[in-house]
Design a protein around this ligand. Structure first.
Ligand code: CDT
Length: 321
């Protein structure tokens, strides 16, 4: 048995004008509550320090800059690191990062019980659009405000296990989990901000909750890993964001889930040894995968006609024999 007690710290809305220090105090309060419930690790959502600002179009860069962290920890986020060290609890935090060379990333870090950063991830799958689209009820300008992550999907040995990170839209892509699974990830931490309404495809709205659970359960089971999904939820600046924060076991079963759309801790003790049962049997990758048949997965970004598929992977060329 290798128990890791994890707390998914779902957040209710954060208003546009809320100060960084007020939000950090709120996060520290949740950290104290998680510690009181025996957590080794608390997981905060994507962009947990501010409102989900990609819902607005900002022409003025200076106005945009206020949402980004230039250093981590910085003066306003330092209390989180101090509290982690004092309480002896680790944390995962999503935030907007502005690097010294001026690049903007949607980032998450993993911090250990001593308050040291042990892992960083920069969001790879950026949803939404890059230009202002006034027809939408609200914008989703992640493609404008962030560069695609340049750190790949890495794993980090921490908390007695092997931890991977992904951010929001990454959870919908099987490649995310498989790359982490191939490195032996035992727990994947994923923060999200997901509006229930999807302006280009409103017919999906009624399925938001189903899709949220579906992708994380599939990712967990098919890669023999725990998945911790954490929402920023509720009515934030007029946009309804889904809750449903959850902890999924390698069985594919949800073991704990939020019931509100407010600040709420979802806590579970996860036996990381459970991963082995799946990784050594049905998902023993080294015995059962056939990477030679997967050339199309890295050989093209979008769909291709059968002829082009055959050029990328000769096994797909026609006619077959
Ligand atoms: N933050 C983020 O990545 N949100 C997206 C919104 C969906 S746009 C279809 C998500 O995948 O949940």
């Amino acid at each position: 048995m290798r128990p890791l007690t994890v707390a998914a710290a779902q957040l209710g809305p954060i208003a546009l004008e809320t100060s960084r220090s007020a939000t950090v105090s709120r996060l520290v309060g949740l950290m104290e509550a998680a510690k009181a419930r025996g957590a080794d690790l608390i997981v905060y959502p994507e962009l947990a320090l501010t409102t989900f600002f990609p819902r607005w179009y900002f022409e003025d860069e200076a106005e945009l800059d206020r949402f980004y962290e230039r250093e981590m920890p910085g003066p306003e986020t330092r209390p989180l690191f101090d509290a982690a060290r004092d309480l002896g609890i680790g944390f995962h935090l999503g935030y907007a990062e502005l690097t010294a060379d001026g690049t903007r990333f949607n980032t998450a870090i993993l911090v250990d019980r001593s308050g040291s950063i042990v892992g960083k991830y920069r969001k790879i799958h950026l949803p939404g659009h890059g230009e202002h689209e006034p027809w939408r009820a609200f914008q989703h300008l992640e493609k404008r405000y962030f560069a695609a992550g340049n750190l790949g999907f890495r794993v980090f040995d921490a908390f007695g296990g092997r931890i991977g990170m992904a951010i929001c839209n990454d959870r919908r892509w099987p490649e995310t989990y498989r790359v982490l699974g191939l490195q032996g990830a035992e727990m994947v931490l994923i923060g999200y901000n997901t509006p229930i309404h999807n302006p280009p495809a409103p017919e999906h709205d009624r399925l938001s909750w189903h899709h949220n659970e579906l992708v994380m359960q599939a990712g967990a089971y098919q890669n023999a890993t725990f998945v911790v999904g954490v929402a920023k939820a509720g009515e934030e600046e007029g946009v309804h964001q889904m809750g449903g924060s959850l902890i999924v076991a390698p069985t594919g079963e949800t073991v704990a889930q939020a019931v509100t759309e407010e600040d709420e801790l979802v806590v579970a003790t996860c036996d990381l040894d459970l991963c082995r049962s799946y990784r050594d049997s049905v998902f023993a990758f080294e015995r059962h995968r056939e990477p030679g048949a997967y050339a199309l997965i890295t050989g093209t970004k979008g769909p291709v006609a059968p002829d082009e598929a055959g050029r990328i992977d000769p096994a797909l060329a026609r006619p077959d024999d």
